[in-house]
Structures are given as C-alpha cells and as structure tokens.
Design a protein around this ligand. Structure first.
Ligand SMILES: [Zn+2]
Ligand SMILES: [Zn+2]
Length: 176
C-alpha cells in the first residue's frame, strides 16, 4: 500500500480512463501520478475529475501536511518542488528518481484551467522562452555598447556570452 507523501495516510488506487492513479481519499485529497500519467488529466477536456476525487472524498478528513515529501514509490527518496507550468503558477512535488508527480488537492484543477489544449500549453511555453531570450539578448547588447569602461577580460567574457546566446536564440527560432 502506498503512503501519502503529504499527510502520510494510505493512498487508494483508482482506475480512471484506463489509468491507475493513487489518490489520498481518506486524508488530504492529493493525487499521485506515475511518470507522464498526468498527461491524461491536465486538460479540461480529458478524464472526469469527479471520478478521480469526487464524492468519495470528505473534507472532514483533512489532515495537517508535512513539508518534506517522500516519494510513495521509491524508498526514502525526498521529492523536489518544481513548477508544473513555465509561469510558475502551480508548484508540484516531483521524484527525480521515478519522475512521479504529487499534486496537492486543488492543484490539478488549476492546471486544467490554464490552457484549453496541450498545444496551447506548449505554444505559451515557447513564446515565454523566446521573449525571455530576447530580453537577455537586449541586455547584453546594451552592455556591449557600454563596453568602453570595461577591462579587456570583461569585454571578452561579454563577447563569449553574446555568441553563445545568439546561437541558442537562432536555434530556438529555427525550431519554430
Ligand atoms: Zn494525504
Ligand atoms: Zn519515486
């Protein structure tokens, strides 16, 4: 029996849309997804959330959550906090060993509200990265213009950074 990483209760296996997911039904209402399983659930049009946590969960059972979260599948593996989306709106816990994901109650709903489709999610990510790259490029451009006061070594460093960034940027633009 898997143990909830957040409230240490036992997780309950649920099969939704053919995928077996572990839900903390008698505890905090969080959900565990094995590697990539969340892809079947992160859009509004996908699997019904009611089937996942719905009526079986009673808010009255709500328990205190622990800060250090251990992977329910890998022994003694502490998970890391990372944002699910590129904007850092939703933070989830991930096991770096098995790539499983833990979502606290409510987080899946937020993720599903962010983008209508997987394509929209990816597109928003691409645009975000390309805007960021442009910003950095501009900043380096400016720094190079102000180069007069810099030492020779600093100038060289800036040029190397600039070349590197330009190639990353052109690679990225080609990809699209
Ligand atoms: Zn729990
Ligand atoms: Zn793990």
């Amino acid at each position: 029996m898997k143990k909830c990483p957040a409230c240490l209760d036992s997780l309950t296996e649920k099969i939704v849309s053919g995928v077996t997911v572990d839900v903390c039904l008698s505890g905090c209402g969080g959900i565990w997804f094995d590697m990539d399983e969340i892809k079947e659930f992160d859009e509004v049009t996908e699997a019904n959330l009611e089937q996942l946590i719905g009526n079986d969960y009673t808010e009255a059972n709500h328990k205190e959550l622990v800060k250090v979260r251990r992977c329910p599948c890998c022994e003694n593996q502490i998970m890391v906090r990372r944002s699910y989306d590129i904007f850092g709106e939703v933070e989830v816990d991930q096991c770096l060993k098995c790539s499983g994901l833990w979502l606290d109650r409510g987080e899946l709903e937020t993720i599903r509200m962010q983008f209508p489709t997987e394509e929209d999610r990816n597109k928003a990510g691409d645009e975000f990265i390309s805007t960021k790259l442009l910003e950095i490029k501009k900043e380096i451009d400016q720094r190079i213009k102000l180069n007069e006061e810099l030492s020779e070594q600093e100038k060289k460093n800036n040029q190397v950074a600039y070349k590197l960034l330009s190639s990353v940027f052109s690679l990225f633009s080609e990809k699209k």
